[in-house]
Design a protein around this ligand. Structure first.
Ligand code: HEC
Ligand code: HEC
Length: 358
């Protein structure tokens, strides 16, 4: 080979090394796409191999069925509306008897919740199966008690058949199996987006500005907390740099220092933002993050004891914010087609709704 070619080759390879592609940078920073391969995806959404079409269909019915609540009026979809990005669009959740969430908590989206390491704003639940039992019983949400729930569902013959078909003849229809079916349906609520297409190798899937936004998002340290498949979903410290300006709305921050980082997937559809839903505008939400949080970079081996943690105050120019906003639009996912189910009819034995209203 001629010396010039050699020189050129070595320049090219050092440039490559010095400038890893944006896709590589994103992956190195801990961002992961929703896999396109069905098998790879089901390893993540269904590690125990529990999803069957029958269970998903049953879970979908129960998800939409208001009879799962004491009043017979409130379904999961009431607060996690699948036609509205999986949320209710109000600052604090409103449940049984028009009760507000006592801690002034906003309803998080159920889309992609299967990828979260922790569920609930304080991360108190680790799985969807466990999580789904909470709202059914919560007095301010569906206010249902265990016995009444089992009686209601068992009194509806078509549900009993569907439970047997889905879980076997000896299935016990109770809070646990009902929550299990609902959670199985939730496992299917994943929304791949143009961002995933990009990370999966389609370089044209993002516009130039969206790519710049992704790079800014990485370089400014947002990925410290908004990472993995959900761009969130694990517990992280909040108010690292300053106090959140609406910290006194509700009492969540009186008892919690760590917050389950909300997913940024479909973020343009899930306003209002933050745990108490006080910020309506996405631009303002990004600015508040800039004020409140710091990013950090860890260098050195993870296993070693002398971790070198570099704290980085986040500072964003107007262009940075515009670029991040553009990038956020690319996180809007393709939703699964959900046909609103016809729910099986009640029988003469079905316990009546109790609305507790005057
Ligand atoms: C009255 C409104 C309301 C109803 C009804 C309701 N939820 Fe929720 N949901 C919330 C709120 C508020 C939170 C956050 C509560 C907390 O962190 O303490 C939440 C949290 C969740 C989460 C955790 C998501 C995350 O990001 O942490 C999932 C999953 C979920 N709900 C699913 C369901 C299912 C399934 C049902 C039906 C069985 C249901 N919800 C009924 C309001 C509601
Ligand atoms: C140290 C961890 C951390 C860093 C760094 C961080 N965030 Fe957050 N982010 C959080 C937590 C925790 C919340 C939830 C706060 C709350 O609900 O009160 C959040 C909330 C958000 C929200 C509102 C989401 C919603 O649905 O309510 C947006 C938007 C957001 N962050 C964007 C960013 C951007 C952009 C950056 C970088 C400039 C960033 N974050 C950096 C932890 C972090």
């Amino acid at each position: 080979m001629k010396p010039l070619t050699l020189l050129l080759l070595s320049t090219i390879s050092t440039t490559l090394l010095a400038n890893p592609s944006l896709i590589e940078q994103a992956k190195k920073a801990g961002l992961k796409p929703i896999p396109t391969d069905k098998k790879e995806l089901s390893k993540l959404t269904d590690p125990k191999g529990v999803i069957t079409p029958q269970r998903v269909e049953l879970g979908k019915k129960l998800y939409f069925d208001p009879r799962v609540s004491k009043s017979g009026l409130i379904s999961c979809n009431w607060c996690h509306n699948l036609g509205l990005g999986g949320v209710d669009g109000v600052p604090k959740a409103i449940g049984h008897k028009w009760s507000p969430n006592p801690h002034y908590l906003n309803s998080p989206t159920v889309y992609n919740a299967v990828f979260f390491k922790r569920q609930f704003w304080n991360g108190r639940s680790a799985s969807l199966e466990d999580q789904a039992q909470g709202p059914i019983q919560a007095g301010v949400e569906m206010a249902m008690n265990h016995d009444l729930l089992a009686k209601r569902i068992k009194s509806i013959p078509a549900y009993v058949d569907e439970f047997k078909n889905s879980y076997g003849q000896n299935v016990k229809i109770d809070l646990k199996s009902i929550a299990n079916a609902i959670a199985t349906f939730e496992r299917t609520l994943v929304t791949p987006s143009r961002y995933d297409d990009f990370l999966n190798g389609d370089k044209k899937a993002l516009s130039t500005q969206e790519k710049r936004g992704l790079k800014t998002f990485i370089d400014k340290g947002c990925v410290t907390c908004h990472n993995d498949i959900a761009l969130g979903g694990s517990l992280k410290p909040f108010e690292l740099k300053a106090k959140y300006k609406f910290r006194d709305v509700g009492d969540f921050l009186k008892t919690n220092k760590m917050i389950k980082v909300p997913t940024l997937r479909n973020i343009t559809e899930t306003a209002p933002y933050f745990h108490n839903g006080q910020i309506w505008n996405l631009r303002d939400a990004i600015k508040e993050m800039e004020n409140v949080q710091v990013g950090y970079k860890v260098s050195g081996e993870k296993k070693s004891h002398n971790l070198d943690i570099k704290i980085m105050p986040i500072s964003l120019t107007k262009t940075d914010i515009n670029d991040i906003l553009a990038f956020f639009k690319s996180l809007k996912g393709r939703k699964p087609t959900i046909i609103y189910p016809q729910l099986p009819e009640s029988s003469v034995n079905t316990p009546k709704p109790i609305t507790d209203s005057k």
